[in-house]
Design a protein around this ligand. Structure first.
Ligand SMILES: Cc1ncc(COP(=O)(O)O)c(C=O)c1O
Length: 423
């Protein structure tokens, strides 16, 4: 066991001080949001729990999909501490063993053929690396899916299909088409128009798009169409990968090997931000040949790679994939049951795979209301950035039966309260 939370975090004054500093320096919108959610100030985390400075703790079934291993998994913390005491950042002149070992560990878990790893610091950077690699192969026309989410840097934003985030920054990348997610005919038409010059980017299940699960066979057929039309295929597993869907990767279910697989979120082990673009040998050739073609000072830092290596090893050692699958089945059944009394009056649909579960409400207001009711009951979940009516659950695979029980009780109470309020 790690130590109990410190009585008072040294960085914290009063919650009001923190909100005021947010307002003055980080942004008034974020300050208002924090205040609406109760003004709590988080200072400590461990496993499935996040602690606030006022001594309360919250069950984290959100975390935007990061915490498949929970917060501060001890094995990851230990590896990161060791690296911190030895060599956290590299010169980038000599070879560095931790990045090499982390790349080998990750490649040993990705589908056969995806052997080349480019570490970055965020999911959006992984998308950028994938899009640039496609361009290095002259695949300059981008085909994305409606409601797809791939990050918010300029290139990634061109692929993130949400006008709220795109409009203020237009023009974005030219020659970009959006096709309906799950619709193979639309994909084929878009590819036929862009023969030998398209880059397709899609998720195995749309996370921010509102936990949209495609029809069976979609990924495999999309991959076949890409091959047939000479398109470069990027599968974005930033949210779905590393056990989130109850399999190592979303592509596993259909035996798909894309040109590029994007990894992020859980790769951090809940400790240090790190993401990666994993490519086949052919796809990776331009980056392999010229190591300065696409770089970032902090990319593949030893401290981040120590976290990534420990996270991948922990996934194996603790059978995180198996646990995600079985916990996911139980939770989905529990959520479905909790929603039965509200079917069609408050809840339109419950769907998910593994530990990515969405509750689609009949109206957007219910998402915020349910989220607040859950916070009041000590539970954190997320909305979906590209789907206003969907509440998203991304619990950690390390959650135990007490924690699932607590969540389901809180959900049942929250739904009852929201139903009573919204009528
Ligand atoms: C599928 C997917 N791709 C990319 C990203 C962007 O990752 P980041 O927020 O780390 O830049 C996200 C983030 O939610 C995501 O869900």
């Amino acid at each position: 066991m790690t130590a109990a939370p410190p009585a008072r975090h040294p960085a914290v004054g009063s919650p009001g001080d923190t909100a005021e500093l947010y307002r003055r320096h980080l942004g008034s919108g974020r300050a208002v949001m924090g205040t609406v959610l109760g003004g709590m100030v988080e200072t400590y985390s461990e496993g499935a729990w996040v602690h606030t400075d006022d001594g309360r703790r919250y069950l984290d079934f959100g975390g935007y999909g990061v915490f498949i291993l929970g917060h501060r998994h001890p094995a990851v913390v230990e590896a990161v501490h060791r690296q911190l005491d030895a060599h956290p950042l590299a010169t980038r002149v000599f070879l560095e063993p931790v990045a090499a070992r982390a790349a080998a560990a990750l490649a040993s878990r990705t589908p056969a053929g995806l052997d080349h790893v480019h570490f970055v610091n965020s999911g959006a950077e992984a998308t950028e690396a994938g899009l640039k690699l496609a361009r290095a192969h002259r695949r300059n026309a981008l085909v994305t899916t409606v409601s797809g989410y791939h990050g918010k840097t300029l290139g990634a934003l061109s692929a993130t299909a949400n006008t709220t985030y795109q409009a203020p920054f237009e023009p974005l990348l030219p020659d970009t088409a959006q096709v309906a997610y799950g619709d193979l005919a639309e994909l084929e038409a878009a590819l036929a128009e862009r023969r030998d010059r398209a880059c397709v980017i899609l998720e195995p299940v749309q996370g921010e798009g509102g936990v949209r699960v495609p029809p069976p066979g979609y990924l495999a057929e999309a991959a076949r169409l890409c091959r047939a039309h000479g398109a470069f295929l990027i599968v974005d597993e930033v949210q779905t990968g590393l056990g989130r869907l109850g399999t190592w990767w979303g592509v596993d279910a259909e035996g798909v090997v894309p040109d590029v697989l994007l990894v992020g979120k859980g790769l951090s082990g809940g400790v240090v931000p790190v993401a990666a673009m994993v490519a086949t040998k052919d796809a990776y050739r331009p980056f392999s040949r010229d190591p300065y073609l696409h770089t970032s000072t902090f990319g593949a830092s030893p401290i981040a790679c120590a976290a990534a290596l420990a996270a991948v090893e922990t996934m194996d050692r603790e059978d995180i994939v198996g646990r995600a699958a079985s916990l996911g089945r139980r939770l989905l059944a529990g959520v479905l049951e909790a929603c039965v009394p509200y079917r069609d009056r408050l809840v339109r649909e419950v769907r998910g795979r593994g530990l990515l579960i969405g509750i689609e409400f009949t109206e957007a207001q219910a998402v915020g209301e349910t989220l607040l009711e859950l916070v009041a009951r000590g539970v954190l979940v997320n909305h979906s950035l590209n789907s206003t009516r969907v509440l998203r659950l991304t619990p950690p695979a390390i959650a135990g039966p007490d924690e699932s029980g607590l969540f389901l009780t809180a959900l049942a109470e929250a739904l009852r309260a929201v139903r009573a309020r919204l009528g």
